[in-house]
Each structure stands twice: as C-alpha cells, then as structure tokens.
Design a protein around this ligand. Structure first.
Ligand SMILES: *Cc1c(COP(=O)(O)O)cnc(C)c1O
Length: 407
C-alpha cells in the first residue's frame, strides 16, 4: 500500500445531535505533553479536574471523577456497581437511551421494569411516583435529555420522590449537561453520568460521573476482592461487581487518596475533559446554559421560518437539539448528504420510530453560536430548494436573527 499522509480531516461544522465540533482550546489541551501516572502533576490535575466537575454538576460530592471511555462507560459503571443481580430497577423510557439503560440493567442481571410514554413526550413526576410505589425498585434509572427524541425530562421533583421511597436515583445526563439546567445536589441525585461530545464541547472518550454518599456506600459495600478471588456462584463469594474495568469501588480507590492502581488514566482525555469543564466555568455555568437556550430558540425559530414542522412537545425540548420533520417529497438522506458535501455541515438522521421522518439539528458547546446557527439555516434553505421544496426566501436566517436581536 502507499503510505497515507498525516491525518487531515475536512473542515466540518458538526450541527447534529453529537458529536459536535470541539472547542479549539480542548483540542489544544489534548496535545499537551504526557506525564507519568503518579507524577505529582498528574495527580494534581486529576484532583483539579474533580473540583472543576463539582462545579459543572453543581455538587459537593467528593466522589466526582471520570470514567475512561465514552458516555456508555459511565452508564455501565454506574449500573453494574449500584445494582446487584436480582435488584429491581425501574426505567422510564421516553426514547432510545431509556432502552439502553434497561438493556444495561438487564445485562447486570437486575429485575428490570419499564414504563413508557410516546416518543416526543416526557413523564409527569406523578407517573414516576406511581411506578415507584408499584415496583419498589432499588434504583430508578432515568435519562435527562434523550437526543433520540430531543426531550428533556424534568428531574427537579424526582429526587424527593426517590428519597421518600428509599430508591437510589441515577440519571444519564450525557446529552443535556452543560446546555440545560442541572443540579445534582438540589435535585437529590445519587448518581449521574455524562460524556464530552454534546454540550460540554469535547470529543467522545471520557465520561464524567458523580456519586452521592449514599451511592458510594452501596458501591463500597460490594467490595472487594483484593486477594483470593472466589468463583461467581460460590455461596461464600463476596458480592462483588462482575466487571473489573467498571467497578466503581476500584475506580474510586484510584481517584481517591489511596491512589490504588487500577487502569492507566487516559492522560490526553483527562486534559481534554479538564478543559471542557474549565471553559464552561470560565464563561459561567448560567451564561453557557443561556447561550444554549438562545441558540436553540434561534434554530427553532429558523426552521419554522423555513416553513418546517418541529417534532415533539416543544415545551419540553432540550435547548441544544431540535427534530425537524422532513418535508414530503424531499429525500432525507440525500439532502443531509448535500449539506455535508456541498456545505461541510453535518446534521443528524434519526432512529427507531423517527427514522426517515425527522432530521435532528444540534446547537451544542462550541457550536451554540449565532454564526453556526445562521450558516446552517442558509445551507438548509438552499438544499431544500434544490430538492424542489419551496421555502420562504431568507425566512430561516431572518427568524433566527430576530431571536438574537431580541435576546
Ligand atoms: C449521545 C448520548 C449517549 C452517547 O453514548 P456514547 O457511549 O458516548 O456514544 C448516551 N446517552 C445519551 C442520553 C445520549 O444522548
């Protein structure tokens, strides 16, 4: 074979449901020199990153750290470490990622119970409480923002319900954290996980996680086989987590004062994750969320200004993504392809019941910006025209500009 040249990706504006274009400073941070695993600089950077993420999550939880791997690594670590085989887990499903939580809990040999609402809706707190009373779960696993439907499940009342019934409360905030309100402590969360490639503005590959004291107690109670591992199934076997990589007890010992060796922390991802949190806190958490809200409102107004129909209960839409119905007669995949090849702009397709029905357009992290919103709308207008769909000339850009002018 001919030797390929150095990596040279095309210029892209990533306006899908994630991954998104990373903040330039995150990419620079990731090219910083490596240090050894127990270099004082490394351990200090880990501690600093923990403190930064306490700010991002809005928590005082000591157990705030990163799981190495994509968002799913955080989800899997939380579930396999908090759930013993046979424990009941309740998963309210309002999109694809609810099904993922249920599947992971099943693999952890939980007794999984689900409740469902139609895609495009969220659950009233009363429906979650009713199911908790009926199922009596050990853990409630609830997605906050489900990118498959764009819905943002309100969590603010759920923690008190869980506390009242003695249920652990876990949420997957991958899609929503950093672009929508999130209050780990005030909302009574026991565990929450995320990823970098949505509103946090980094690449995928690191999963921030935070655990309450109650969750840490559960994790610690499942320890610990430091020597003399017995076979699973042995009646005298300790009730250990049946994953080494995702055993949060061991991961906590690695990040905690004992610094017990577990995996080799992914140094460049640590630098990137640290920078994602740093840029968010430097701009201000509320300011970043407001920037996402305005970009989301502008994109929503813009697609409506092009005469397009928006999917789902818009009152509960996440700030950072909108699902737009593909107009009759427009070939959805070809139009998305034209956005990418002719304009360098990526928008998203959809899964499950929405496949072929909607495009998903994101405004997240670095790309929650006026110029990115306007450029995307201008390109979308041109592509819709190309496929013979009549749209109001300039209607998208104008409506979005109005949102920015009045913000
Ligand atoms: C995007 C997304 C994920 C992504 O998981 P990865 O392992 O990073 O691909 C997980 N959960 C939710 C709710 C998401 O929106």
């Amino acid at each position: 074979m001919t030797l390929p040249g150095p990596i040279d990706p095309p210029a892209r504006l990533l306006m899908g449901p994630g991954p998104i274009s990373a903040y330039p400073s995150v990419l620079s941070a990731m090219s910083a020199p490596l240090v050894g695993q127990y270099d004082p600089f490394m351990t200090a950077t880990m501690a600093e990153t923990q403190e930064l993420y306490r700010g991002v999550w809005s928590t005082a939880n000591d157990a705030t750290l990163l799981v190495d791997g994509t968002s799913r690594a955080g989800i899997e670590a939380a579930i396999v470490s908090l759930v013993r085989p046979g424990d009941r887990v309740l998963v309210p499903v309002f999109g694809r990622f609810g099904h993922l939580l249920a599947e992971i809990a099943e693999r952890a040999m939980a007794e999984v119970h689900t409740i469902e609402v139609e895609w495009g809706q969220v659950f009233p707190a009363s429906a979650i409480e009713e199911a908790i009373v009926r199922v009596k779960p050990h853990l409630l696993a609830l997605v906050q923002g489900d990118t498959s439907t764009t819905m943002n499940q309100p969590l603010d009342e759920v923690g008190a319900i869980c506390a009242k019934h003695g249920v652990l409360f876990y949420t997957d905030a991958t899609a929503s954290l950093g672009g929508n309100d999130f209050e780990a402590d005030a909302w009574g969360l026991d565990a929450a996980t995320a990823g970098l490639q949505k509103c946090l503005g980094g690449p995928s590959g690191s999963s921030p996680i935070t655990l309450s004291e109650r969750a840490v107690e559960v994790v610690q109670s499942r320890k610990k086989i430091e020597a003399g591992i017995r076979e699973p199934g042995d009646p005298d076997a300790p009730d250990f987590v049946r994953s080494n990589y995702f055993d949060l007890g061991m991961i906590l010992d690695y990040w905690g004062p004992r610094r017990l060796n577990h995996h080799t922390e992914a140094t460049s991802m640590l630098y990137g994750a640290r920078e994602c949190a740093r840029v968010l806190l430097a701009e201000g958490r509320d300011a970043v969320i407001a920037r996402h809200r305005i970009a989301g409102e502008a994109m929503l107004a813009g697609v409506r200004g092009l005469g397009l129909v928006v999917f789902g209960d818009v009152a509960h839409k996440m700030n950072n993504v909108v699902a737009v119905e593909i107009p009759e007669g427009v070939p959805g995949d070809a139009a998305r392809g034209a956005m990418l090849t002719d304009f360098g702009i990526e928008i998203g397709t959809s899964f499950g019941p929405l496949h072929g029905r909607v495009w998903r357009i994101g405004t997240m992290g670095y790309n929650a910006r006026e110029d990115a919103v306007l450029t995307t709308l201008a390109a979308l207008e041109a592509v819709l025209r190309r496929y013979g769909h009549a749209v109001p000339a300039g209607g998208g850009v104008e409506a979005a500009t109005d949102v920015y002018r009045s913000a």
